[in-house]
Design a protein around this ligand. Structure first.
Ligand code: SF4
Length: 378
């Protein structure tokens, strides 16, 4: 019996994957059997023949940011001529075409802008809720929440409570990068420690939010850092139960300072291993999402056989990866077709992964492209 067989048998008997075995799977397990094991796990949790996706828009409300992450080409420092802030009224207008084309969710994020008052964020939620009462709002990653608290002289809990009172119910898990002090000091030293990200999520779950969790790998981390990231997420999920999905993606080199420290992109093999190990280690997080947008359609399709059960969003107005030179446009019909070509039935879902409808095989594939993405930020 191989080591992988031993791990597989132990998982099937209900034992949790431990960090040492997770590291072995990440580094040394044969790739295809690892994928088969993750897919087996995914099929136990979700209908084996179905893959979900969400139709949404991903505008940004400001690109002004005082945090200067080394992997980010999106932000402009305060006072920069290319900095912008969209008013709530502007954003209501900007997202209307996406909503008319079927977007059911707005994933809205932005830079850490010291010039915005707290009332701006409440006005933003109110304006979007007022204009589009049927549309789900999925807004403000943990680092934004911390920045808003800092600029407004409020506690993180108060900010989260006020947004919850205004109607926000889910927040995106962006900005986790790698939850390692060493890595964050190097790539985003002003963005807070891993415990800061985790504390915002813990508080959000206590206040009543459901959230996603993310990971951006493929830069200066070691494999042990990836496993530490998963360990911290699983531990917090044991405590709060508030995460509903995990979304990994790789750092994309481009016009960013961090690119000079990274010789090459992580590649699809690494992506598939990370998806599979995430599915097996994060046994308490229901969904694992393929980032077809950041990894490309082919790697995304393969990811659906390596533990992922969701294909992300068909997003309009993605600006963060685009700023780093990573373009990857698609359409709702195209996403459905790609899922179908991978051997699954596409199912449109809402933010919390509740099925809305099964996509007919006749969905048009010639719509104007939506600029796609997932929970990339910030
Ligand atoms: S990733 Fe987010 S926090 Fe970091 S510089 Fe870019 S906009 Fe600012």
């Amino acid at each position: 019996m191989t080591y992988l067989d031993t791990i597989a048998n132990e998982l099937r008997s209900g034992r949790r994957l431990d960090p040492r075995d997770a590291l072995w799977l990440l580094n040394d397990a044969p790739l295809l059997p690892l994928g088969a094991l993750a897919h087996e796990d995914r099929c136990r949790r979700h209908p084996a023949d179905r893959v979900t996706f969400v139709v949404d828009a991903n505008p940004n409300y400001t690109n002004v940011c005082d945090t200067y992450c080394t992997f980010c080409a999106f932000y402009r420092p305060p006072g920069h001529a290319e900095g912008y802030v969209h008013t709530p009224e502007d954003l209501v207008k900007r997202v209307r075409p996406s909503i008319e084309r079927g977007a059911t969710r707005l994933l809205l994020q932005g830079g850490h802008n010291p010039e915005l008052p707290f009332s701006y964020y409440l006005d933003l939620i109110e304006a979007l809720r007022g204009a589009y009462p049927e549309t789900e709002l999925h807004m403000f990653s943990p680092s934004e929440i911390r920045a808003i608290a800092r600029f407004s002289d409020l506690s993180v809990r108060d900010v989260l409570r006020r947004f919850h009172d205004a109607g926000l119910r889910t927040i995106p898990g962006g900005g986790a990068e790698i939850l390692s002090d060493r890595v964050r000091k190097r790539i985003s030293p002003l963005k807070g420690a891993p415990d800061d990200w985790l504390d915002v999520m813990r508080t959000a779950h206590q206040v009543g939010y459901r959230t996603t969790a993310t990971m951006m790998y493929g830069h200066v981390e070691e494999p042990e850092d990836v496993i530490d990231h998963l360990v911290r997420l699983r531990d917090l999920q044991d405590e709060t139960g508030g995460f509903f999905a995990f979304i990994p993606w790789s750092f994309k080199r481009g016009e960013t300072p961090l690119s000079s420290a990274v010789e090459q992109d992580a590649g699809p093999g690494r992506y598939l291993r990370i998806l599979a190990v995430s599915r097996l280690y994060l046994d308490n997080i229901p969904h694992v999402q393929c980032s077809w947008f950041s990894e490309g359609e082919k790697a995304g399709q393969l990811g659906l056989h390596f533990g992922a059960d969701d294909f992300g969003g068909t997003l309009l107005e993605e600006n963060v990866l685009r700023a780093a030179g990573h373009e990857n446009a698609t359409t709702e019909g195209r996403v459905a077709q790609v899922i179908r070509d991978a051997g699954f039935t596409p199912v449109r879902r809402n933010t919390l992964y509740e099925a809305l409808d099964i996509q007919p095989s006749t969905v048009a594939t010639q719509e104007a492209p939506l600029g796609g993405a997932s929970e990339v930020h910030a």
